[in-house]
Design a protein around this ligand. Sequence first.
Ligand SMILES: [Fe+2]
Ligand SMILES: [Fe+2]
Length: 217
Amino acid sequence: MATRTQSRQSDRTTSSRSSSRSGSSGGGSDQRSAFSWSENSGPIIGAALAGAAIGFAANYGRKFLMQGLEAQAGDWDEILAAEHDMALAVFDKMLATDETQTFKRNMLLMKLTHALDKHSHAEEMVVYPALREANEAGDADHLESEHGYIKTFIYELNEMGPEARNWLEKVREFRALVAEHAHMEEEEVFPRFKQDLGGEQNARITSLVNRDGFWMS
Ligand SMILES: [Fe+2]
Ligand SMILES: [Fe+2]
């Protein structure tokens, strides 16, 4: 941060110096136009873009690292099962709060929302379409409609706020839906689908799930 500010300041010095060199009517080398920096703002914009590029690279470095970690997690169904466990663990932390811990409740809800969003995106963009292709449209449609109710719970929790008296009750209901949904995926739908997948198709779905998770993280 400090270095970005420093480089911006030094660029500004450079630009006002160069503007006086290219001053309009000859002589007035001391004359500095108030607009000169915008005429020569290339270096400033350059520095800002460089800063943005560093931020961009850092973010994508993190993403590649995350993707690397996910890629080690195994097949697509194992990745998704691990995400179910992670979401359920967040629910348990939520259920361990009381109504005075409003900040913590909000933070946990945000974390859960992001985790479920990323997770359901991979299922809706990759796994459920693959299920439909394998003549499992009934299961895919059922599971996808449950994602809608998962979003509804998030909406309701946000609307009621962390201090609401029935917050824990709502979270408990929400957890039950996610646990049941995850159970159906892990114990019924995914194993049945995976059984008939060839090695290549299985690897393809794993790669697509990893790729989707990469863009969503
Ligand atoms: Fe799902
Ligand atoms: Fe799932």
